[in-house]
Design a protein around this ligand. Structure first.
Ligand code: ASP
Length: 621
């Protein structure tokens, strides 16, 4: 029998059909079992009657929520008054004739029929394949696919060619740190994952393709924030030859207007308003501003605007110059001479244009320097020596000497556009497998240690002590991402709570002591004020643990990755359950060793609660 999709059951009244999917819920009502069945197209209620079909009833009884099954059933119209207006299939009910389960599901670690925002994100990411079963995420991914498809369709019908550029390459500066990949064939050398396809797309212009686009993955090792995905993100990358900035802006604007219309999204103002950088600062105090009214926000209107005429350079902390947006941009034509002569550097304006939507920067681009001497002058202003320019960008300068067309492009961020469209507070909600805020991949445990033979093959030696440093960095990242303020205290090495309080100048009771324990063979973390003691009886009772003991020094090292006495109270970063004794709440500020005996973090108790998300209870005496 051919499979029927659940959304189509409403057109199959009176027919016997085959459905496949997952058990959403099973409810027994005396002699009836109601089974809500879900596939990627919807949910339908099915039922089996014990008296009519005892064998099937027995199988249905063994099913657990989230098991994968197939049923053969007769689709019936629900009797008058019993239909469910909330479900699209609420007018029908499937009477189960046969049932087969593929794989019974264990109890999922969290509910998948809620919105999911209430669930700890580390756990959601660890079980992302279950998280995506929730309707909101599955809808987001379907929407994303449709959105990208419409963008692609637009460019393919406007004479653009889609080209995939390399991931393993040499660095392209976009103002972030590079992810490096060691080379096995050329020991001691590294590839960099591209921060953007900037150089390749310009080379494609030299190559004469004239109109290029790509749904490109970019890799940037920069501090995570809610409006920025850590590690990798996707942008619509494009580049055009023989254009001025208005041409690039016009095509992107036209594409957005058409695509948004097709997906039924409303844009506030067309054509998009344009502000100079100075105007934006004066009017909104920022170059990323939100033009929406409260009513617009309610109706999910998308408010786009352009910002241009940015300064090309800004001062570095060391007193030199660096680019504000993109070193490959051309200055506005009237500043070209000053740039070549390296005069009035602070006044030089770039041809950069940024696209803003709902308060976020959703893209940026520029007309490029297509003359080698202009590009070279930009790097010289930034303090590059001749040999450095040659080594890092010599290939671009060389390419530019072969009849380079004037060109320019832009790169709107797909994840950001989608988060605005879907009103998602965090970019990770529109990405299938995003990294956690601590830089850990979803589901798979990367980054991970590699075997010694692999390291040998790459001639790489790992310095000891790096792990402690990385836990410290993860905590900082977690707090930064949540916009929490904290103090890092550096001090002599301390090994006891008393010593720690003394060198930090804090009270012992403010110390958040993190103990790694083993309960029924599984690791767990208990956090308590340093002046109290764990009460084994209370802990066992409230966590329903039979066998509870302290972890040995070796076990601590294995579980937390750091030494006993330096374990920070973030079980969530080590994937151990985290129990917090309620007595720590007496302190407004808490302090703890952050992975090292020589570094502590002092922060608000209320922030800690939010960042670590522990189970609160009474675990001490
Ligand atoms: N390469 C720039 C970026 O990724 C965008 C562009 O100028 O086209 O931010």
């Amino acid at each position: 029998m051919e499979r029927t999709l659940i959304k189509d059951t409403i057109n199959k009244i009176g027919q016997t059909v085959l459905l496949q999917g997952w058990v959403k819920t099973v409810r027994t009502h005396g002699g009836l079992i109601f089974l809500d069945l879900r596939d990627s197209t919807g949910v339908v209620q099915s039922v089996v009657n014990k008296v009519k079909n005892e064998d099937v009833f027995k199988i249905a009884k063994t099913l657990t929520p989230e098991s994968s099954v197939e049923i053969i059933c007769e689709v019936n119209k629900r009797p008058e008054g019993l239909d469910n207006a909330k479900m699209t299939t609420g007018g029908v009910e499937a009477e189960i004739k046969e049932i087969k389960s593929f794989v019974l599901s264990k109890t999922p670690p969290f509910p998948v029929d809620t919105e999911g925002y209430e669930i700890n994100e580390e756990i959601r990411l660890k079980y992302r394949y279950l998280d995506i079963r929730r309707q909101r995420l599955s809808r987001n991914l379907h929407y994303r696919s449709q959105f990208i498809n419409l963008i692609r369709e637009y460019f393919l019908t406007h004479d653009f060619v889609e080209v995939e550029t390399p991931y393993l390459s040499s660095p392209t500066p976009e103002g972030a740190r590079d992810f490096l990949v060691p080379s096995r064939l050329q020991k001691g050398k590294f590839y960099a994952l591209p921060q953007s396809p900037q150089q390749y797309k310009q080379l494609l212009m030299v190559a004469g393709l004239e109109r290029y686009f790509q749904i490109a993955r970019c890799f940037r090792d920069e501090d995570p924030r809610a409006d920025r995905a850590y590690g990798e993100f996707t942008q619509l990358d494009l580049e055009m030859s023989f254009v001025q900035r208005e041409d690039v802006m016009a095509i992107v604007e036209d594409m957005l207007i058409k695509v948004y219309k097709k997906i039924g999204a409303k844009i506030k103002e067309i054509p998009f308003p344009i502000y100079t950088y100075q105007e934006a600062l004066k009017k909104f105090g920022s170059d990323k501003f939100d033009l929406r009214s409260e009513e617009d926000k309610k109706q999910n209107v998308q408010a786009f605007a352009w910002v241009m005429d940015f300064p090309f350079f800004e001062k570095t902390e060391e007193g030199g110059w660096t680019f504000t947006h993109n070193p490959f941009s051309a200055p506005l034509p009237e500043f070209k001479e000053q740039l070549l002569q390296k005069k009035n550097i602070a006044q030089i304006l770039t041809s950069q244009y940024d696209l803003v939507c709902n308060g976020l920067e959703v893209g940026g681009g520029s007309i490029r320097s297509h003359e080698a001497e202009v590009l070279k002058a930009v790097f010289e202003i930034m303090g590059y020596k001749d040999e450095e320019i040659k080594a890092e960008f010599g290939h671009m300068l060389e390419a530019f000497s072969y009849g380079t067309p004037p060109h320019g492009g832009i790169a709107p961020g797909i994840d950001r556009l989608l988060s605005c469209l879907l009103k998602e507070p965090n970019l990770r909600e529109v990405i299938a497998f995003p990294m956690s805020s601590g830089g850990k991949t979803a589901v798979m445990d990367a980054p991970a240690e590699v075997s010694q033979p692999q390291l040998n093959e790459l001639s790489i030696m790992i310095k000891t002590g790096q792990k402690d440093q990385s836990l410290f960095e993860s905590i900082k990242q977690l707090l930064n991402e949540n916009k929490m303020s904290y103090d890092v205290l550096e001090h002599e090495a301390v090994y006891t709570s008393q010593e720690a309080a003394k060198v930090r100048g804090t009270k012992i009771s403010q110390g958040a002591k993190a103990l790694i324990m083993v309960g029924d063979k599984k690791p767990l973390m208990v956090v308590l004020p340093a002046d109290r003691k764990v009460d084994f009886k209370k802990l066992k009772a409230s966590c329903q643990i039979k066998d509870l003991k302290m972890a040995s020094a070796e076990e601590v090292k294995k579980i937390a990755g750091v030494e006993i006495g330096a374990v920070p109270p973030f079980g969530n970063l080590m994937e151990t359950p985290l129990y917090l004794d309620k007595n720590l709440a007496k302190e407004n500020e808490i302090v703890f060793n952050a992975g090292m005996h020589t570094k502590s973090i002092l922060m608000k108790y209320s922030d800690y609660l939010k960042a670590a998300n522990p189970v609160l209870g009474d675990y001490t005496s």
